[in-house]
Design a protein. Structure first.
Length: 198
């Protein structure tokens, strides 16, 4: 049988339980065999935590789930990699069908991605609804637009809503507040040990 892979791309600055929860939920709902987390490399003009540290946190977070793995394909590249390049490289390495997992905020950014026409034709997307201010109607319009204009196939998978974002978590850590039950404990220990986000 063809293996089904879910690719979970993100900055993961830092990885949090929202990322893990939607991935596990989607894995079951969409009958995926494996979820590969792909932290982004260092963007040229954006201030973000070094890719190696973000990769290590994702690795710590995914290690205990036998269905999860973490790829360094983007974090070890010299140049900025775009999702389309990553998917084309993974297609050569993996034998199976690839799905790209996103939260609904990312759905609205897809039309700005590099080589979107090719990307949206190449892989099917799986979208988890993220608690935000976008109405169902606006979401439907965006889905229809991506479908009609690019032939995109986007599966919406209802998952529990979990209102946590890396931005908020960085703020909490900077303020010395607890992030217990929001970030995996191995990752909290890593953040404390390295003194990140202070
Ligand atoms: P930031 O606050 O820094 O933008 P983030 O929490 O959105 O970070 P990313 O690493 O950018 O985290 O997210 C990776 C992917 O996970 C994106 O597609 C995003 O939409 C999705 N995602 C992140 N948090 C959630 C959540 N709480 N529920 C559903 N999807 C999420």
């Amino acid at each position: 049988m063809t293996k089904r892979y879910g690719l979970m791309g993100g900055t993961f600055n830092p990885v949090h339980l929202g990322h893990l929860m939607i991935s596990e939920y989607i894995r079951e709902e969409m009958h995926l065999d494996e979820i590969i987390f792909i932290p982004t490399g260092n963007p040229p003009h954006k201030e973000t935590l070094d890719a190696k540290l973000r990769y290590e946190m994702v690795k710590l977070a995914t290690d205990e789930n036998p269905y999860f793995s973490t790829s360094d394909i983007e974090t070890t590249r010299e140049y900025t990699s775009y999702t389309i390049d990553t998917i084309e490289a993974l297609e050569k390495q993996l034998d199976g069908k690839l799905y790209f997992i996103i939260g609904s905020d990312t759905l609205f950014q897809l039309k700005t991605w590099k080589k979107k026409e090719k990307l949206l034709k190449k892989v099917e997307f799986i979208c988890a609804i993220r608690p935000d201010y976008v109405s169902e109607q606006i979401l439907e319009l965006e889905l229809k637009y991506l479908q009609d204009k690019y032939g995109a196939v986007i599966h919406i998978v209802p998952t529990p809503m979990y209102e946590v974002s890396s931005t908020d978590l960085r703020g909490r850590i900077a303020e010395g507040k607890s992030v217990k039950y929001l970030i995996p404990k191995e990752v909290i220990a890593y953040i404390e040990e390295k003194g990140l986000y202070r």
